[in-house]
Design a protein around this ligand. Structure first.
Ligand code: SF4
Length: 206
């Protein structure tokens, strides 16, 4: 048997949350094959192993059904967004989709989870993510360094408040780029934030 590679599959960012259609589940099952194990991750992606030489063909096929395919492992995960229950406009659905396009699947020293909440109720738990974005009326707040794993958990801390929509993607991508360039080996993002300091990250993202 040839070499296999794990791919991460997610739904588009949409109102209602991570909703799969029956057709999408059927195509995932078809490309995975009868013996496959399909893993449900904690970050709203499905992990599936596929033959390496068929990866691109499978990706195209899944995308034709409206699914998104990203690398598994050490990369930014697709945006972990809320359900946009306040309505697409008020909760910033389009902004979240643009943010997801800009940040999902970037190779990083360790995997990075980026959360998005359409209001301060934060039902997608943005303060438990490496980077959390919260829409506050017409502007956005960015939190960094949430650590939900292990016994020394911590909430993400407020990095920038009151960002306008046009400054959101540049700010988040600047943080990711800085982490990629300055992490020590496989340094966890929360440790990285503690080491470089909030002030330095504010400077980078501002
Ligand atoms: S974060 Fe706000 S807008 Fe998003 S699902 Fe939760 S309550 Fe609704």
């Amino acid at each position: 048997m040839g070499e296999k590679i794990k791919i991460a599959i997610s739904t588009a960012i949409q109102a209602g949350g991570s909703l799969f259609t029956p057709e999408q589940l059927a195509i995932i099952s078809r490309v995975a094959g009868a013996d496959a194990k399909i893993e449900m991750t904690t970050f709203k992606q499905l992990y599936v192993e596929v033959p390496l030489e068929r990866r691109d063909t499978i990706k195209e096929k899944l995308e034709r059904y409206g699914l998104e395919v990203y690398p598994a492992g050490f990369a930014t995960k697709s945006l972990i967004a809320c359900n946009f229950c306040k309505g697409a406009e008020e909760a910033g659905l389009v902004t979240a989709q643009v943010l997801n396009k800009a940040i999902a699947g970037i190779e990083t020293p360790t995997s990075l989870k980026i959360g998005y909440a359409g209001c301060a109720l934060g039902t997608s738990e943005p303060l438990l993510k490496d980077i959390g974005v919260v829409k506050m009326r017409d502007t956005f707040d960015i939190y960094v360094g949430g650590e939900p794993k292990g016994l020394k958990t911590s909430f993400a801390r407020l990095l920038i408040s009151g960002l306008t929509e046009d400054r959101l993607v540049p700010a988040v991508t600047a943080i990711i780029d800085y982490y990629k360039a300055h992490a020590k080996g496989k340094e966890k993002f929360s440790k990285f934030v503690d080491r470089v300091s909030l002030e330095q990250l504010q400077h980078i993202a501002g």
